[in-house]
Design a protein around this ligand. Structure first.
Ligand code: ASP
Length: 484
């Protein structure tokens, strides 16, 4: 490495050492014959000083702009009495600069780093500059630490991390798919996964009884403040389990990660409330237990369990209330009338943190006959069931074990525990509220040649029709779904 130390490292014990530091110019303060700069990297800031007698370095430093990247060589000295900064670890020392090498001079910035009033469109366009902000550096670090702690925990518990394809087929999460045209098979498309749901169930059929993945998921949904078109889950699945076994893993991984990274102690097991009770008492399936005096913790987790299997959609037709692959609690009721069907509960659970849905999961339907009945009640024809889920039903028939799992939304979790202002502040390269990446200018048009290769032609009129609000198409898997 070019540097001998980071900008967060030097203390009194380094006094007298010759060092090389690399970083960005945080501030420049010229005081006549002496100029101070704070050099910054992701580890901290170090005060550096250059004297007029060192002509070339002095001139170089005084011509430099904020956020230029430089390397300095010099000697560590004690700061004069009264000029120490006790608030930072490097605050008792400074580096007297002998030599400066400029890596890149920075032009005037499009916005002031850390300025709270910056227009988000501008800061997202120049995300690579904004990422130098202290709070973003901290959030991204927390994100790394949380994910690492979760990985370690899952590994220790015997889970295998297994990657599943991104080029896949519709999954049943109920949003619209992002689709990818196949060049070699004209007219055919892959769908990007809304989650690894189907694959993880197939992994259970394949004998991997404890799976997890830090999974990227893509859903073409109407965006909200806490939603991004792509997001990350801690996705897991287990065989030979009941609800309580899954809950123990979730509570364990969260307890471990929060303690390890943030030194936050959370109380487990988490309280449980049925969906019915929650709706009755809080008029919501995402109750905020911080408001409850008995649970007045800063981080109020609560399990919401036993969602109905079915509910009615706007057209008064049966739709699934939670996850169409969840196992009903009492399968005999599938033969009942509509009233009975609507009264059915599934082996499902959400985990809510401070009023935000953080996790969803269920014990799955491992019986293909029962699954088929559910699909039929959801209005799918034999042919649709075969086309969309034939392989899945087939797989269940080949000795599928009892299984269940969960997925934790990591972006939301990290936003809450890092106390970030928005979900965009815990992602290195977020999209804006309209799903655009302003830095890349994506989505964007592609060349005629690319369109041709993908066998796609753009129909202008249709495009307009979609924009004017014709958004109510049938979502993924051909299943009508009301909410969530
Ligand atoms: N795949 C589900 C989701 O993304 C979670 C699960 O049931 O495991 O919401």
């Amino acid at each position: 490495m070019i540097r001998t130390h980071t900008c967060g490292e030097l203390t009194e014990k380094d006094i007298g050492k010759s060092v090389k530091l690399c970083g960005w110019i945080d501030t420049v303060r010229a005081h006549g014959k002496i100029t101070f700069i704070d050099l910054r990297d992701r580890y901290g800031k170090t005060q550096c000083v250059v004297f007029v007698k060192n002509k070339s370095a002095f001139e170089a430093m005084n011509s430099l702009t904020k956020e230029s990247s430089i390397m300095i060589e010099g000697k560590v000295g004690q700061r004069p009495k009264g000029t120490e900064n006790k608030d930072i670890p490097t605050g008792l020392v400074e580096v007297a600069i002998d030599k400066v090498e400029v890596m890149n001079k920075c032009p005037p910035l499009p916005f002031e780093l850390g300025d709270k009033n910056v227009n988000e469109e501008v800061s997202l366009k120049y995300r690579y500059i904004d990422l130098r902000r202290e709070d973003l550096q901290r959030n991204i670090r927390i994100r790394h630490d949380i994910i690492k702690a979760m990985r370690d925990y899952m590994d220790k518990e015997g889970f295998l991390e297994i990657e599943t394809p991104l080029l896949a087929k519709s999954t049943p999460e109920g949003a619209r798919d992002y689709i990818v045209p196949s060049r070699v098979q004209p007219g055919k498309f892959y769908a990007l996964p809304q989650s690894p749901q189907i694959f993880k169930q197939l992994l259970m059929v394949g004998g991997f009884d404890k799976y997890f993945q830090i999974a990227r998921c893509m859903r073409d949904e109407d965006l909200r403040a806490d939603r991004q078109p792509e997001f990350t889950q801690l996705d897991a699945e287990m065989s030979f389990v009941e609800e309580a076994d899954v809950h123990i893993v979730v509570e364990g991984v969260l307890k471990h990660a929060l303690k390890e990274v943030m030194n936050i102690e959370i109380k487990t097991p988490f309280p449980k409330i049925t969906y019915e009770e929650s709706m009755k008492k809080y008029n919501s399936d995402k109750p905020d237990f911080r408001k409850d005096k008995n649970n007045a913790d800063e981080f109020a987790f609560v399990w919401v369990i036993d969602f109905p299997v079915f509910e009615l959609n706007d057209e008064k037709k049966l739709t699934y209330a939670h996850n169409p692959f969840a196992m009903p609690k009492d399968i005999k009721m599938l033969d009942g009338d509509q009233k009975q069907l609507l009264g059915m509960k599934a082996k499902t659970y959400d985990l809510v943190l401070n009023g935000t849905e953080l996790l969803s999961g269920s014990i799955r339907n491992h019986n293909p006959e029962v699954q088929k009945k559910v699909f039929k009640l959801l209005g799918l024809s034999e042919k649709e069931i075969e086309d969309k889920f034939g392989f899945m039903m087939g797989a269940l028939g080949y000795g599928a074990p009892v299984h269940g799992g969960f997925a934790i939304g990591l972006d939301r979790l990290i936003t809450i525990i890092a106390k970030a202002n928005s979900i965009r502040d815990v992602l290195a390269f977020p999209k804006n509220r309209e799903g655009k990446d302003l830095m890349l200018d994506a989505p964007s048009e592609i060349s005629e040649r690319q369109l041709k290769e993908a066998n796609i032609s753009i129909i202008q009129e249709k495009k307009k029709e979609t924009r004017s609000g014709k958004q109510g198409g049938r979502p993924a898997g051909g299943l009508q779904k009301k909410k969530k």
